[in-house]
Design a protein around this ligand. Structure first.
Ligand SMILES: [Zn+2]
Length: 85
């Protein structure tokens, strides 16, 4: 019968199932990782400063025109600078 035995067919089916469920599991893990990173980014937006390897939003100081990090902005020293410090 074409060299196919029940054992070979079952083994092939098992390999296909393992690849299929492995692929599903991997994509689910990646989705969870992305969702967790989004949550962490939202949390750090109003709390701790973002990790050093990530981009930081910059705002322009209306007094001197310099661009400074939006989070934890410090005064440039001019009297009309709106930032604390
Ligand atoms: Zn300034």
């Amino acid at each position: 019968m074409l060299g196919l035995s029940i054992g070979k067919i079952l083994l092939t089916a098992a390999v296909i199932a393992a690849v299929f469920y492995g692929w599903k599991w991997l994509s689910r893990v990646q989705q969870l990782g992305a969702a967790t990173r989004k949550k962490v980014n939202k949390k750090t937006g109003n709390g701790a400063p973002p990790p050093a390897n990530e981009a930081v939003d910059m705002v322009q100081c209306p007094a001197c025109g310099d661009f400074i990090a939006a989070h934890g902005a410090r005064s440039c020293g001019r009297d009309d600078c709106p930032y604390p410090g």
